[in-house]
Ligand binder design. Structure first.
Ligand SMILES: [Zn+2]
Length: 531
């Protein structure tokens, strides 16, 4: 019979459970001493071993030949529980049996002694899904449990469990399993299953499993099936699971440190085009930043292992760039990516836009108003002052532009006032131009999910006092309401200090409709050609 890897390698004894020693040690000693409690609550994130441990506990409570607290897995009781052939161990999924009737049935049933085992064990998974009345019914049973019954409740959402239930259960919190423990288990299982798994691939799978051993084994299985007979290396894992190609995190970071917006946006675009996992990509970037920061802040430290996602050549280039960057700049990048990581979880539909906006802000510190952005601007100014001080002065103060920083050494005499800025020639007509503060406008509207989505895909043009939004049919419907227009006008006023009238226009479908990101990219390219 075919068994999924995670089922086949499911631990059979407390000693076999990985990464939860603080729990299994207690349960084992309770079982050995015959002190198993009437009600347990196992909480913790998915894939951390809650139901596996519950099954082992059910066996330990009934085993006829207990081995120092661990079930023997050979006796009649153990085998019946493993085969699922005894009516005395019941696994109930509260997600599908959440009504009060289900729990009432259970209450009527618990009074009868078990039919073949010593104890009747109820394992109620996802117990937080029970309705309030079902919880109340369960509570009555937990208040006076018959001696032959054990309840094991499992949940991922501890906060959703009523306090009255909590107070009647022995609670155990399952922690996320460390990458290292998962990696070791993967290597062991791969060896037993004759899967040729490279160390790098094992480490990558462990990281992708995000603390859930069950997920790690499922990932291993699907990758091994796709890889066929060849060795399973990191490249194959990345291909199979849609994780970004080697080096794209380094490419993005390199572009950001050089303030090369078009290149940075191209990287984001490429990720999107290849449908890569943006969340894993952001983790790659953060891991890389962490590595660079450690190297930069503590160069004397013994060499930290470089991140797996970066090929050696890319890392070398990045180290050179990193020499020119300040710790503050790297910290600012890290903070921005951490921020977008949190937001991407909440607004799944805008991943690419959110990442693009982060990239735009990081390339142009003027677009952010927080303290770290201010620091970035000061760093940039200091750099310019330093280069000015180093370069010979070519022009007299009279001719210096009003924006040039003041010379470091000043004469006591008053510096003559700069000449007034030349008056712009009168405009024959108000010209339309791309609205230059779209990114800030979008940021101000982030709380309005629909509006934000459609606006981010629109072309925004400024003409005199009018703000013209060119969008598609759906966008026009969403944004043409008075309320939506007022929101946009208010946000634009907050950003620019000017009052605009907002016009929403639908572009004919056959017309080219470039998104804001492309517009900004074009604008940046245009600007870099001028300067
Ligand atoms: Zn046994």
């Amino acid at each position: 019979m075919y068994l999924a890897l995670y089922r086949k390698w499911r631990p059979q004894t407390f000693s076999d459970v990985r990464g939860q020693d603080h729990i299994t040690a207690v349960l084992k000693s309770q079982a050995a001493g015959g002190r198993i409690s009437h009600a347990y609550l196992f909480c913790g994130s998915r894939g951390t071993g809650k139901t596996t441990t519950a099954k082992i506990l059910a066996k330990a409570a009934n085993c006829l030949d207990l081995q120092d607290g661990d079930p023997c897995n050979r006796c009649e009781s153990c085998r019946a529980i493993d085969a699922g052939s005894t009516p005395d161990v019941l696994e109930i999924d509260a997600a599908s049996n959440n009504s009060v009737e289900n729990i009432r049935d259970l209450r009527e049933e618990v009074v009868y002694p078990p039919s073949m085992l010593k104890k009747r064990v109820y394992i109620i998974d996802e117990v937080h899904m029970l309705s309030t009345s079902a919880f109340n019914a369960l509570l009555k049973t937990l208040e006076e449990p018959p001696a032959h019954v054990i309840f094991i409740l499992a949940t991922t959402e501890l906060h959703a469990i009523p306090a009255t239930i909590l107070s009647r259960c022995l609670r155990f919190e399952f922690t996320r399993i460390s990458d290292e423990v998962i990696r070791e288990r993967l290597v062991m299982v791969a060896k037993e299953e004759a899967i040729e798994l490279t160390d790098e691939a094992a480490a990558l799978l462990a990281r992708l499993a995000d603390g859930a051993l069950r997920d790690a084994l499922s990932l291993l299985e699907s990758c091994a099936a796709a890889a066929g007979s060849g060795p399973l290396d990191a490249a194959a894992v990345r291909r199979q699971l849609g994780v970004s190609d080697d080096g794209s995190a380094a490419a993005l970071l390199g572009a950001l440190l050089k303030k090369d917006l078009p290149a940075a946006l191209r990287t984001v675009d490429e990720l999107h085009r290849q449908s890569k996992n943006i969340q894993v990509f952001i983790e790659d970037v953060l891991e890389l930043l962490r590595y660079l920061l450690i190297r930069k802040s503590a160069p004397a430290q013994p060499d930290e292992a470089p991140p797996l996602s970066v090929p050696k050549e890319a890392l070398e280039k990045l180290r050179v760039l990193c020499e020119q960057a300040t710790v503050g700049e790297l910290m600012r990048c890290a903070a921005a990516f951490e921020d977008v990581q949190g937001r991407i979880g909440r607004y799944a539909s805008n991943r690419r836009t959110l990442l693009s906006l982060t990239v735009i802000r990081l390339c142009d510190p003027r677009l952010a108003n927080d303290v770290s952005a201010l620091e970035a601007r000061i760093t940039e100014l200091e750099r310019r002052v330093a280069s000015l001080a180093a370069a010979p002065v070519q022009s007299a103060p009279m001719q210096a532009s009003a924006q040039a920083p003041e010379p470091a050494v000043q004469t006591p005499e008053a510096v003559p006032a700069p000449p007034p800025a030349p008056q712009p020639p009168p405009q024959p007509e108000v010209k339309a131009a791309l609205f230059s503060r779209s990114a800030e406008l979008l940021e101000a509207l982030q709380g309005h999910k629909n509006l934000y989505s459609f606006l981010s895909l629109s072309r925004i043009v400024e003409q005199g006092d009018a703000l013209k939004v060119y969008t598609d049919y759906l966008g026009k419907n969403i944004m043409s309401t008075d309320g939506a227009k007022k929101l946009i006008a208010d946000a634009a006023a907050a950003v620019t200090g000017r009052r605009f009238t907002v016009e929403i226009t639908e572009k004919a479908p056959e017309q080219e409709h470039p998104s804001l990101i492309y517009e900004l990219q074009e604008a940046a390219e245009h600007e870099s050609q001028i300067t």
